[in-house]
Design a binder for this molecule. Structure first.
Ligand code: OXD
Ligand code: MN
Length: 606
């Protein structure tokens, strides 16, 4: 489509201004067609950025290798540029928006020379759903266009919903590498150096400006930038929730279903839980989303969730037929792989794929790589943050209602993190505010040597939203408390804290995880159904030891340890929250959370 075919005058004007600033050699409005996707991929293949994979083993699949400096989200170059720093809060990087726009306008000037500007109209959520939002991304990256085709709903049908004056979130993106006359990328991933990368959010005007990175969350602006950072601000203003949560549907042997949303920090197994294959006979888990949930109240006073995305942007290493067979099947075809290793027969390989490297590989940097299992220090063949981008509809476990525009009513919300000690396998909040307290203390334990921090230190990641909350996190806690006042308690989802990562003192896993987590989900299901045996403890409701069936390899003593209240450990936890965590939020910390902390401390006793 051409620019002149755009019926929305505001959108047309915004694009024209971007053209004048960025000076692309051509402008193209995306229609979302297969032909368009194929063309993007073809440009990347011809330009040496993409390698077609073995068409018998991986039909419709391609491998990209990024620049070694452009492999992950750049949190220290990500900004919440609200009018005041107070609005962005203590957990976000802030630059005055006027100053930031000035800096970025300079960077954007002429930044698309020699490149095509693509205008991508996209919907986060089923097109036309009253929970969905529309965005328009301007980009100069064919890789971004192709990935956006998979991760969001793109094209004409979105423009039709937008009409002549509908609302959209403008998202500007450039890789920040203009080309001189006759120059081409020559197979080199285009991006700007780190100190020129900016991933900026303007919450008051609901704008996103991204410059200098072509990778993942920095560049696919519908995902973390729109669906979390900007959407969290819109959700606060409109009375709903935009969360870093998977959504799954669980069905018991009697055919009754419940919906569970779960927030875990990045790399704690959200995709695995969302696609879990239950070991409990007769139970079924189906996937609705693996990363983001938007929840709005329905007319019946319950919270309804949609997955705003249309694909999975999953971490490849560690994904295998044991850890996540449904993900493995989702990526058999029509998938974009980024920074994984390439086999001689043009298939993909990564660490913990479930089998040894089949012969000589090309690693993620493009070098020859031969597996040397004796060498524990060998550099990985796939980058630890290498990814697959796959259409959600290809997941064998996708729930039939995953695209229901009404969303699905949520029965339970789970929080969790990597906690080798103290936090039990599962406990349940006694009420909504207690549940908000649970969300506010989410974190993972730092293991020895990581990040120069003392081993055993908890890195807090409240609601798993630390890198994704678009405003002051103290106000975000308050927003969660307020949501609980908007309906009657029986209509609110029940809130739980889970921990699959408990270890023995000598470092062995106490709980097998993966499919066995279905045993914990079954107890959560039963609690939502009003059954499920529980005892009230100082930290909340906990299953009786016989309420969760023990998996093979977990002794009765292990189970008791997994389900014990570690009074001394919890006292340390409370002290850490009081001294190191809550003070960060100053007077924006809701008093309800302090009360909750005091009450738990009191219940734990002297
Ligand atoms: C992600 C993340 O990529 O949370 O989903 O980092
Ligand atoms: Mn995520």
């Amino acid at each position: 489509m051409t620019l002149n075919e755009l019926k929305h005058q505001g959108l047309k004007k915004w694009v024209e201004e971007a053209v004048a600033l960025m000076k692309p050699k051509a402008v193209y409005v995306c229609d979302g067609s297969q032909e368009e996707y194929d063309r993007m991929i073809d440009i990347c293949v011809k330009g040496g950025l993409a390698t077609p994979l073995n068409s018998a083993k991986r039909p419709g699949c391609y491998l990209f290798r990024s620049d070694p400096s452009d492999v992950a989200r750049v949190e220290n170059r990500t900004y919440i540029a609200s009018k005041t720093q107070e609005e962005a809060g203590p957990t976000n990087n802030w630059i005055n928006p006027v100053e930031l726009k000035k800096t970025m306008t300079e960077l954007y000037t002429g930044c698309m020379q020699g490149r095509t500007m693509y205008v991508i109209p996209f919907s986060m959520g089923p097109v036309g759903s009253n929970i969905a939002k529309i965005g328009v991304e301007i980009t100069d990256s064919e890789y971004v266009v192709a990935n956006m085709h998979i991760m969001t709903r793109v094209g004409k049908k979105v423009l039709d919903v937008l009409g002549t004056n509908g609302e959209y979130v403008p998202c500007l993106h450039s890789v920040g590498k203009p080309l001189a006359e006759g120059e081409s990328d020559n197979g080199k991933w285009p991006c700007a150096p780190l100190d020129k990368k900016y991933i900026s959010h303007f919450p008051e005007t609901r704008e996103i400006w991204s410059y200098g990175s072509g990778y993942g969350g920095n560049a696919l602006l519908g995902k973390k930038c729109l669906a979390l950072r900007i959407a969290s601000v819109i959700a606060r203003d409109e009375g709903w929730l935009a969360e870093h949560m998977l959504i799954l549907k669980i069905t018991n042997p009697q055919g009754v279903s419940k919906v569970v949303c779960a927030a875990f920090p990045s790399a704690c197994g959200k995709t695995n839980l969302a696609m879990l294959v239950p070991t409990l006979p007769g139970w079924k888990v189906e996937t609705i989303g693996d990363d983001i949930a938007w929840m709005k109240f329905g007319p019946d006073g319950r919270l309804y969730a949609i997955n705003p995305e249309a694909g999975f942007f999953g971490v490849a290493p560690g994904t295998n037929m044991d850890s996540n067979p449904n993900a493995m099947r989702s990526i058999e075809k029509n998938t974009i792989f980024t920074n994984v290793a390439l086999t001689e027969d043009k298939d993909v390989w990564w660490e913990q794929i479930g089998y040894d490297a089949p012969g000589k590989l090309i690693d993620w940097k493009g070098n020859e790589w031969i597996q040397d299992k004796a060498n524990k220090a060998q550099e990985p063949a796939a980058h630890p943050n290498s990814r697959f981008t796959a259409p959600a509809r290809q997941c064998p476990a996708i729930a039939p209602e995953w695209e229901d525009p009404k969303g699905v009513p949520v029965d339970a919300i789970l929080f969790g993190g990597r906690r080798p000690s103290t936090i039990p396998l599962v406990h349940q909040a006694t009420d909504w505010v207690h549940g908000v307290f649970m969300g506010s203390i989410v974190g993972s334990e730092i293991t020895a040597a990581a990040l120069d921090l003392k081993a055993g230190t908890i890195r807090r990641d409240p609601f798993a939203m630390l890198p994704f909350c678009g405003y002051n996190m103290g106000d975000y806690f308050q927003h969660w408390i307020n949501i609980g006042k908007k309906t009657s308690a029986d209509k609110l989802p029940k809130i739980f804290f889970v921990n699959w990562f408990r270890k023995t003192k000598d470092g062995k896993w106490l709980w097998p995880g993966y499919g066995e987590n279905s045993r914990v989900l079954a107890w959560i299901f039963d609690r939502c159904a009003g059954t499920g045996k529980a005892v009230e403890t100082p930290i909340g409701y906990m299953p009786t030891v016989d309420a969760i069936e023990r998996p093979a390899g977990v002794s009765e003593a292990d189970m008791k340890e997994l389900l014990a209240v570690d009074i001394e450990g919890w006292k340390k936890e409370i002290a850490d929250i009081r001294e190191n965590h809550y003070p960060k939020f100053g007077n924006r910390l809701p008093k309800e959370l302090m009360n909750e902390l005091d009450a738990i401390e009191k219940r734990l006793g002297k």
